[in-house]
Design a protein around this ligand. Structure first.
Ligand SMILES: [Fe+2]
Length: 220
């Protein structure tokens, strides 16, 4: 992961690393301008639970008690996953921390090379590369957890509708030894995290108090 302070350095930093954290205190508008100076923000998130398109090409992730059955509106831990399983061809995800929780809320992530190492160590590499899962949301996607040829990742436990034994086995690994050995980063209010979606599994630790994160996708 690269820590940078200047929004102008995002484009170059993404050539060197697949996780970039912009520290300091930036407004959301400044962050959007910086991303749009070299990338195109994609409109691909729907409102939960109505399924309607949102007016802006990004979504708010915040705790709303009446909707806490959705990760987006809950304070619970969110297990490791990729976002792009339901949006074909997205390259980067961004998380802007409008307000970080006073307690918890760390972003948890692991990159493709480290995941490969852990899968091999745990005798799960064959399963992770050969079992093709079907993930279903607005659209359907078929992919293994770990693509042997491209080393790209695709995973969301809650969207997989087939291969249930392998799904459980891999989930136990991802949520157990892998979760423990993953990286953790806590962003502060006004900070921005960008990562290459199919090179990283990401999740978050549970949190207490209010937290507001704005999430979107872009292609460079
Ligand atoms: Fe996500």
């Amino acid at each position: 992961m690269l820590d940078i302070y200047n929004l102008k350095d995002i484009e170059n930093s993404l050539k060197d690393d697949n996780v970039v954290c912009v520290r300091g205190s930036h407004s959301f508008e400044e962050c959007v301008d910086a991303i749009e100076s070299f990338g195109k923000i994609r409109n691909n998130s729907n409102e939960v639970p109505t399924g309607q398109s949102l007016p802006e090409p990004w979504v708010e992730i915040k705790n709303v008690e009446s909707l806490s059955q959705y990760f987006r509106f809950s304070q619970t831990k969110q297990p490791l996953h990729t976002d792009g399983y339901h949006v074909h061809g997205i390259q980067y995800a961004f998380l802007y921390f409008e307000q970080q929780a006073p307690e918890g809320g760390e972003t948890v992530y692991i990159d493709s090379p480290k995941l490969k190492e852990l899968l091999i160590e745990n005798n799960l590499f064959d399963m992770a590369t050969s079992v093709v899962f079907t993930l279903k949301k607005e659209c359907q996607r078929e992919a293994p957890l770990f693509d042997k040829n491209t080393e790209k990742l695709c995973w969301n436990y809650y969207r997989i509708i087939n291969q249930l034994k392998a799904k459980e086995k891999l989930f136990q690994f991802l949520d157990g030894p892998c979760w423990k050995q993953a990286n953790r980063i806590k962003l502060g209010s006004g900070e921005l995290l960008i990562f290459e979606d199919n090179q990283i599994l990401h999740g978050r630790e549970m949190f207490k108090g209010d937290r507001l994160v704005i999430k979107g996708f872009f292609n460079a």
